[in-house]
Design a protein around this ligand. Sequence first.
Ligand code: SAH
Ligand code: MG
Length: 214
Amino acid sequence: MSESSQKKQLEAYVNQIFAQEDDVLQRVMREAAANDIPPIGIHPFEGRLLQFLAQMIGAKKILEIGTLAGYSGIWLARALPDGGKLITIEFDDKHANIAQQNFDHANLTDKVKIKRGAALDILPTLEAPFDLIFIDADKPNYLQYLEWGIKLVRQGGIVIAHNALTSDDRPRVLGSDEAGDKEVVAYNQAIANDERVNSMIISAGEGFAVAMKV
Ligand code: SAH
Ligand code: MG
């Protein structure tokens, strides 16, 4: 068996026992495809991992940068207790409209607020602190999102960046030089060195760079 087909089978195994999609999550995927939204959202086991991390730290207030169709947002919002809140930032109106429909359909209307606009314009307007911040938007701005993340997260809270290792199967950190790659490399190095955070990469899926504010 090739290494990549074994990896796919192991991922399917984990999906099956920990991350089965219900009708709501399956509908998000269908709606996204039907509306020509690119298939760049996280995978089921990645959603479950985010949800699990949120539950581990008892997150009540979560921020996401990069909503797309709301798939990762639903996994995260489902980790919230009653009265919890997910704020998710999206600058593409089509994505935000479909995501709003998906959050409504998931009965998460009260828990989720989509903020429409460019992340760097929205971030200065937000009310800290957040327990968990998930960064999954334009890679060239990742270092700026890290600064905002450290500013807006509570002590003991976590800033998680997606695509810390790959986008799809394309490595971002092994000397490649497509848009955003050098910023992802710089991001990982920054959280490794920065004394404001205690960090590690979880090399599941496309890679999660997790930084806990000390
Ligand atoms: N987290 C989603 C996937 C996000 S894809 C999931 O896993 O389901 C990245 C999203 O970020 C896209 O919808 C894109 O429109 C949005 N985006 C990219 N750059 C942005 C920016 N500067 N400000 C706000 N949104 C941005
Ligand atoms: Mg991603």
